[in-house]
Design a protein around this ligand. Sequence first.
Ligand SMILES: [Zn+2]
Length: 401
Amino acid sequence: MNTAPRPGSPTGLRDANRRRVVDAVRAGGAPTQAEIAVATGLAPATVSNIVRDLGAAGLLTAGDEVRAGRRVRAVRLVRGAGVVAGIDVGHRHLRVALADVADPSAAAGHPEPPGRSELRADLPDYHGVAEGLATAASLIDEALAQAGIRREALRGAVVGLPAPVDRATGAVGASGVLPGWIGVPVAGRVSEHLGVPSWVDNDATLGTLAEQRWGALREVRDGVFLKLSDGVGAGLVLDGRLYRGPDGTAGEIGHVAVDPGDRHAAVCRCGHRGCLETVVSTRTVTALLEPLVGAPLTVAEMVALARDGDAPARRVLADTGHHVGVALAGFCTVLTPRRIVVGGELAQAGDFLLAPLHAALEAAALPGTTRTADVVVAELAEHAPVLGALALALDRATTAP
Ligand SMILES: [Zn+2]
């Protein structure tokens, strides 16, 4: 279920054109086929074929209307065409969100993204697939019930995982990053569990997609999205396209060694020593302060301490930003992104983290390459991965028929 057409293939082109038509209908309300052709740059005959095909699939409907005294044929998304689910699996949490296929806010560039029915649950550390999927299914049922939507209306689901994902098989890469899920064909398991077509992708990649569609990477041709949470990852936009790499492992910045030669550096779950994630994951960062506070600390509490002027909290956040900046400097030198978007739980720290991050970038990267890269907080905050899962599920729902 996870097999995605390659972007340049005939199927990839057909799907891309279908997405453009559907997006033009979402954004335009009820455009005519001529207006869709103008908005998408597609030939009128192509638009006509797509409207016919998606009409047969129950997604679009074309009907006669009178506008300004003229009879026109307006194209609309079919209300009740169904909903899709986005699922974001973290190391210690899970989020789900739903979006109506016909929701106008699903249009790229819409100021308010879809998926307002988001629900969240905590998961035990090192949970397995069965536990994660059972939690996801029950949260989806709860979200559907809250929204008054029948289960049969669910058309598809996308799962984001904090691990490399093989796009061809949908299996989690065997790198130890998400131990309970290694080698499992997650998409197939989700399909069995929910009874709908399902796909799986890396969570940082999905966060990047959401920020590209509805957030801080809109109209950015070269950018980086950083997810700084328990897991640390990045997504890349290169020349306007989301770059996954051949086997889904592009952007694994959490496993860039920041100090591989240090014998005392922590051993990472990937098997290396001194990975960025061992230094800046939320659990590491909060653990630095817990002995001083004398209690378990959340990221929000740590940021509140920093805002209140607490020197140790500010120090820990500044060091965290510095380490991320050092690891990013190589990216910036090689790829020259124009914008770096900081997401994940640590994005709450704002300038306590971003200012030292930017300073470390400036100090370590090749002079000139970071001068034009701005460093900003993700607009979609910690919701970016689940919204990206929704974005991909909406794409699949409109192209799969
Ligand atoms: Zn590692």
